[in-house]
Write a protein that binds this ligand. Structure first.
Ligand SMILES: *Cc1c(COP(=O)(O)O)cnc(C)c1O
Length: 352
């Protein structure tokens, strides 16, 4: 069935193994992030085989699939007040920033006879989730300490996501300062400092990671071999996800449309260069599945001309390979591309 995405489980397993060795040598525990693959169980299983003990995801629906998976489970997106019942049922740990949400977690956990662990998120400047203000951090800690059935496991941060702030020894050191202040002020032990996502791995390679950071939440690096700014991480495998689409028309056509030019199907005024008659292909995939910007043909001679809801139009005149009706074309995917194709019900998933 096409279009399909081919998921290379051995590449993912390889990356998980390499990162697990590297991180554990520095005293860092990995929470493997599976939101990109919607908690796909085959992927979760190879990650589990690498010795990684914790799975992290942003969506409860993904954790529902994993009820048989015997790993610690961490909810990445700070919870909605309306989903606390399921949060307590489905995961052991959640990232949090709002005391009202933590109070509700306490109430629900108590009623269910469970204990839920939280990691308090500190905003180091990226301006997504987390508390910025020191006095609000302290208030939230002291209020949480009064609650039953919630345990403060530690503190954490997220960078590179909204503000694009780059992880550095300096900004992560701030987490260490906050940890020490909380530990001495409240006479408690914070077991986890969660130092960010795949974008933080460069600090580890450069020996610039503060030694107190003992958890990283890694998705893109394990699944795609990429890190900060989506750059390839040396020593890891890329292209674990390939998109394969089928050709439904192949014909010689002019490079310029004929007739009066209005707007295309997405309201843009298209621009065309006259290159004469070209060999053009239509593939059965469209914007309902993935954006044009997120796919790149492996055949470097193919020129991508455009995409409507269900059709991808290519110029294959200068292609390296020969194509024919019913033939297949493969594409590399960006992070956003993998996210789209894994989320589309119209794209079948196969494992290689
Ligand atoms: C998605 C996410 C991660 C993982 O990020 P990658 O760049 O894929 O490693 C980590 N932490 C949080 C809070 C996230 O939402």
């Amino acid at each position: 069935m096409f279009p399909k995405v081919e998921i290379n489980l051995s590449y993912i397993k390889y990356n998980a193994n390499v990162l697990q060795k590297k991180c554990s040598a520095s005293g860092i525990e990995i929470a493997a992030v599976t939101k990109l693959v919607r908690g796909d169980l085959s992927v979760v299983n190879v990650i589990c085989e690498s010795g990684i003990k914790m799975i992290a995801d942003s969506r409860l629906l993904n954790f529902e699939k994993m009820s048989e998976i015997n790993m610690e489970k961490l909810l990445l997106r700070i919870p909605m007040l309306s989903q606390i019942e399921r949060v307590v049922d489905l995961v052991d740990i959640s990232l949090n920033s709002e005391i009202e949400t933590i109070r509700k977690i306490s109430k629900v956990s108590k009623r269910k006879g469970k204990t839920h662990s939280i990691i308090l998120m500190i905003d180091l400047g990226d301006l997504r989730e987390g508390i910025i203000d020191d006095s609000l951090i302290d208030y939230t800690i002291s209020e949480t300490l009064k609650l039953d059935n919630v345990k403060i496991l530690g503190i954490g941060t997220n960078l590179t996501c909204f503000g694009g702030v780059v992880p550095s020894n300096k900004n992560l050191q701030k987490l260490v300062t906050v940890k020490r202040r909380i530990e001495s002020k409240y006479n408690i032990k914070l077991n986890i400092i969660s130092g960010g996502n795949s974008g933080s791995l460069g600090l580890l390679s450069d020996n610039k990671m503060p030694k107190e950071v003992n958890q990283l939440r890694l998705g893109a690096s394990i699944l795609m071999g990429i890190g900060l700014n989506d750059a390839d991480i040396p020593g890891l495998k890329q292209n674990s996800f390939n998109l394969v689409v089928e050709i439904i028309e192949i014909m010689e056509k002019p490079s310029i449309p004929s007739g009066e030019i209005g707007l295309d199907s997405f309201g843009n005024k298209p621009f065309f260069e006259d290159l004469g008659i070209r060999k053009k292909v239509i593939c059965a995939i469209g914007r309902q599945d993935v954006s044009l910007e997120d796919i790149t043909p492996f055949d470097k001679g193919i020129k991508m001309l455009g995409m409507s809801s269900d059709h991808l139009i290519l110029d294959v005149t200068d292609a390296v390979n020969n194509y024919s009706l019913g033939g297949l074309i493969s594409f590399e995917l960006s992070y956003g591309g993998v996210l789209s194709v894994m989320t589309s019900d119209y794209i079948s998933k196969t494992y290689v």
